[in-house]
Design a protein. Structure first.
Length: 168
């Protein structure tokens, strides 16, 4: 039987094991560090002089000092020392609003769709071939940066109809 879980390497409690609370608490501490993973920095190479309990650094390719030889690991300040964890494929980590994913070997900015030249856009609904911009909302605000707001509606042909309504 394995000594730990497959996905997060959390320790198992084994039959007739002494001090099961230690194993259980260790697994809880690791979960506390890894769930909603937030790091102090990515590609870190030098351990900080001062740390707070639970702070985590994503190590770069050539870490030094206490982190030497731990390339790619997560270094968590834990019980007065470093707990070094190996990230698993698909893990996500944030530093403020910066999000990165561990595909296999280093932390990468995820490939997100480009928000230019889209075929359509649906906000709280789906767009289709007729309604390329579809918005499902109670109020809709179109705001401006200046003294006036100009709403341009371009008709495909002179015979096409444009309707702007105001209902109270």
């Amino acid at each position: 039987m394995s000594q730990s879980t497959a996905r997060h390497a959390l320790p198992y409690i084994h039959p007739a094991q002494a001090q099961t609370d230690v194993t259980h608490n260790d697994a809880l501490e690791q979960l506390d560090l890894l769930v909603q993973l937030s790091v102090e920095s990515f590609d870190s190479s030098t351990p900080p002089a001062l740390c707070e309990y639970g702070q985590i650094w994503a190590l770069g390719r050539v870490p030094s000092g206490d982190w030497a030889g731990q390339s790619g690991h997560l270094a968590a300040w834990f019980n007065g020392g470093w707990l070094l964890l190996i990230p698993r494929r698909g893990w996500r980590a944030a530093r403020g609003s910066e999000l990165r994913v561990w595909p296999n070997g280093d932390w990468r900015v995820p490939d997100l769709p480009e928000l230019q030249n889209l075929d359509g856009l649906g906000i709280q609904t789906c767009f289709d071939a007729t309604n390329r911009l579809a918005v499902a909302s109670k109020p809709t605000l179109l705001t401006h940066d200046g003294a006036a707001h100009l709403l341009k509606i371009d008709k495909n042909a002179a015979s096409d109809t444009v309707i702007l309504g105001r209902w109270f």
